[in-house]
Design a protein around this ligand. Structure first.
Ligand SMILES: NC(=O)c1ccc[n+]([C@@H]2O[C@H](COP(=O)([O-])OP(=O)(O)OC[C@H]3O[C@@H](n4cnc5c(N)ncnc54)[C@H](OP(=O)(O)O)[C@@H]3O)[C@@H](O)[C@H]2O)c1
Length: 275
């Protein structure tokens, strides 16, 4: 029940209608008996600065930031965690007595989604497809965990920029085409492009390049065409719902300072995905 003491958490996005985060977090707040409420805010680019100001003005406790604001938001914050600064993107803000601090929980979310499926990262070689905001967090997460990265992107310059940004963290190389010479030297392939959301999207990689020994990981959810193809080939397949869950768990803990009820959040996510 909303009372005068209810703490507000929000998500700023454009569009925002598709978000699953309110269901996941509200169920978790209710389960722990916390007087919090998570609400969606449709924030257009031209209002981002005002919306961030409103966090303080309205005493909102925290927000998630998603497409298309993760990079633009940084300049309006009082503090940014070292990790978010390094990645160059913020997806979680905490309002700590009128000091707005930005965090990035996408990198942690991706790493935990693999670890929970017993996928090793240290000393393993990854092919990351895409060089957008999510790819940046994923590459950072892999390198910090001791993995090695080949990165491919339609716009090569963006992959080059990621290499420059992170090359001091470990091995990262840009590839300009994907063929067997690339896929045969990697253990895990990650789709971090936005391909796979729409029915008529092309696949980010030809299934012919996949072998049963590959781990195929897709951050687009719930299930892409290439995930189905990879399953048929016999690959171990990891979908994007794991990353979604674990980034939410990390954000919940930043806002509340409490351990998140992971099983409840997972159950809720599965329930809303099958609706
Ligand atoms: N599971 C999760 O928790 C989670 C978290 C974050 C994001 N995501 C999902 O991940 C996807 C990417 O998010 P983002 O924030 O990184 O988006 P973004 O910054 O807009 O990046 C999109 C990426 O997809 C590539 N791309 C788009 N259309 C393409 C096409 N037709 N052919 C080839 N490449 C194409 C872009 O290539 P160019 O650079 O050449 O344009 C770019 O690399 C989204 O679907 C998002 O919903 C999931």
């Amino acid at each position: 029940m909303i009372t005068g003491k209810t703490k507000i958490i929000g998500i700023f996005a454009d569009p925002v209608e598709h978000t699953l985060s309110p269901s996941i977090h509200n169920e978790a707040f209710q389960y722990l008996g916390l007087n919090y409420c998570y609400v969606p805010f449709h924030v257009k680019k031209e209002y981002l600065k005002d919306a961030i100001f409103a966090i303080k003005a309205l005493n909102i406790k925290g927000v998630n930031i998603t497409v298309p604001h993760k990079e633009a938001v940084i300049k309006y914050l009082d503090e940014v965690s070292d990790e978010a600064k390094y990645i160059g993107a913020v997806n979680t803000i905490l309002n700590n007595e009128e000091t707005l601090k930005g965090f990035n929980t996408d990198a942690k979310g991706f790493v935990l989604s693999l670890k929970n499926e017993k996928i090793l990262i240290k000393d393993k070689i990854f092919l990351v497809l895409g060089a957008g905001g999510a790819a940046k967090a994923i590459v950072y997460g892999i390198l910090k965990e001791g993995g090695r990265v080949y990165i491919y992107n339609r716009t090569l310059a963006k992959a080059m920029a990621i290499k420059e940004r992170f090359s001091n963290l470990g091995f990262i190389e840009v590839v300009s085409i994907i063929d067997k010479s690339v896929t045969e030297k990697v253990q895990t392939i990650v789709n971090a492009t936005s391909l796979g959301l729409k029915k008529d999207d092309p696949m980010p990689l030809s299934p012919e390049l996949l072998k049963s020994e590959h781990v195929y990981c897709d951050i687009v959810y719930p299930e892409t065409h290439l995930m189905k193809e990879a399953e048929k080939i016999g690959c171990k397949v990891i979908g994007g719902t794991g990353m979604l869950l674990w980034q939410a768990v990390a954000a919940f803990e930043i806002w509340t300072g409490l351990q998140a009820p992971v099983e409840i959040m997972k159950k809720t996510l599965n329930k809303v995905l099958t609706k």
